[in-house]
Design a protein around this ligand. Structure first.
Ligand SMILES: Cc1cc2nc3c(=O)[nH]c(=O)nc-3n(C[C@H](O)[C@H](O)[C@H](O)COP(=O)(O)OP(=O)(O)OC[C@H]3O[C@@H](n4cnc5c(N)ncnc54)[C@H](O)[C@@H]3O)c2cc1C
Length: 415
């Protein structure tokens, strides 16, 4: 029998948030700040942790562990007075305003969907079966462990392939290099027995970045011994090789797939309008054009202002800005006030190429140096620290169990 999480004594307004990532957690805490205490706010996530995804590449080299970039949702939300349900959301019934999870049902007056994206294998035969995914700290830990095992046998010929040359592909290449060097391999990469190849469908790495950043990343990785194949798509993946669309076969001991994202089944099956690629269509007020009680933030949305799509890269800082606008608009709806429109703000992007080099890109400005890696760590620390200092949290740190408190202290001092 299913549980009704909302319980018998239903409060006047129930807000349910799906996903505790960048968009969802920020929405929950912003709503808590804005809405009266009588409003019941519930966040549901299938996992126990909020993860700082932009740092998962560091888990690949072993510079940090998965738990070092995660904070427990139950703790953060519990201390802020927000309910947390750890469960997988299966679907949304917009007509009866219910979120259906695997072991219960949540009633809502407003729902904010922020369940993120998943790897896109573009229907490439064998890709899903024979690749290592790279979307979560757990994926990165698996890569670290499997790559470590491969590297223990020096007699073995080993070919590591990275699919995709966007931010994720370039960053993971830098970390794989660090892991290889950390295992004592010299610049000759075990007399050529070990190869690292990055395969990218477009002509330039880091699409969307200024040319200077694209060229810098290419030259840096080439200099460190990475083979870069641009303008090449993977047409098929087999257990021990990848076949390019040119027909060329490339040996592969391990394939790390970073090539693109797509909406999950939950989003594809939502009974609401999507864009041509299956992302949830929202207005610039960030609600569905079909249903003003369904808001969307983060990677899952495609924003249309005056029925024209806004061009927007799917990034954590956009998800957090959208969370604030969606929260303000839910508050305005409840108070009968006008809602505000969202317009994206450009912010600097930081790309690391291993622990010794990084690229800072803001509009046309491109800078590089090891300091970018430190800056990225500082951003991570600030992000996690923010959730410890949100109203209602700071005075109650003494209530954090000892083990968790030590863990939080450790992850807040990554420099
Ligand atoms: C390797 C990598 C590096 C990146 N680097 C950067 C960077 O440097 N800067 C930057 O700005 N952005 C970066 N991004 C992008 C950024 O991580 C995303 O844009 C951001 O995480 C989107 O936030 P979100 O809330 O939409 O989704 P997410 O942060 O992915 O959160 C989604 C949450 O929903 C939960 N969930 C999903 N489905 C369900 C379900 N059915 N039921 C219950 N819960 C569910 C998940 O467990 C997860 O907690 C990077 C992404 C990757 C993969």
């Amino acid at each position: 029998m299913s549980t009704n999480y909302s319980g018998a004594g239903k409060l006047p307004v129930n807000v349910v948030i799906i996903g505790g990532g960048f968009g969802g957690l920020e929405t929950a805490l912003s709503l808590k700040n804005l809405l009266p205490s009588t409003v019941r706010i519930t966040l549901v996530d299938r996992g126990e942790y909020h993860s700082f995804i932009p740092s998962i590449h560091e888990v690949v080299s072993g510079a940090v562990r998965a738990r070092d970039i995660q904070i427990p949702l139950a703790l953060i939300l519990g201390l802020a007075g927000i309910e947390f349900v750890c469960d997988e959301v299966l679907s949304l019934d917009a007509k009866s305003k219910k979120v259906l999870a695997s072991s219960g049902v949540l009633d809502y007056d407003y729902v904010v969907v922020s369940s993120g994206a998943e790897n896109n294998f573009y229907g490439v035969q064998g890709a899903e079966t024979f690749s290592h995914r790279f979307r979560s700290p757990e994926d990165a830990e698996r890569i670290h462990s499997d790559l470590g095992s491969l590297l223990t046998d020096r007699k073995r010929v080993c070919s590591v392939v990275i699919a995709g040359g966007g931010t994720e592909g370039v960053e993971v290449a830098g970390e794989v290099l660090d892991l290889i060097r950390g295992r004592g391999y010299g610049p000759d990469l075990n007399a050529g027995k070990l190869t690292l190849t990055l395969i990218h469908g477009q002509d330039n790495l880091l699409p969307g970045f200024p040319v200077k950043a694209q060229e810098f990343s290419r030259e840096y990785l080439l200099r460190k011994g990475v083979t870069i194949l641009t303008g090449n798509r993977i047409a098929e993946v087999r257990q021990d090789s990848v076949i390019l669309d040119s027909g060329v076969r490339h040996d592969m001991s391990m394939l790390i797939w970073t090539g693109g994202i797509q909406p999950s089944r939950l989003i594809r099956e939502l009974p609401l309008t999507k864009d041509p690629n299956g992302w949830l269509k929202v207005t610039d007020r960030l609600h569905s054009p079909d249903d003003e009680s369904v808001y969307g933030v983060g990677d899952i949305i495609s924003i249309y202002a005056d029925d024209r799509p806004l061009s927007l890269t799917r990034l954590a800082y956009h998800a957090m800005d959208q969370a604030l606008i969606a929260s303000m608009n839910i508050n305005s709806r409840l108070q009968g006030r006008r809602q505000v429109g969202y317009s994206p703000k450009d912010k600097p992007q930081l790309v690391s190429l291993g622990r010794e080099m990084g690229i800072y890109a803001y509009k046309d400005r491109v800078l590089s140096g090891p300091w970018v890696v430190l800056l990225k760590k500082a951003v991570q620390a600030k992000h996690l620290m923010t959730y410890l200092t949100k109203p209602g949290f700071a005075p109650v740190t003494s209530r954090i169990p000892g083990q968790e408190f030590r863990h939080l202290l450790r992850i807040l001092s990554p420099l």
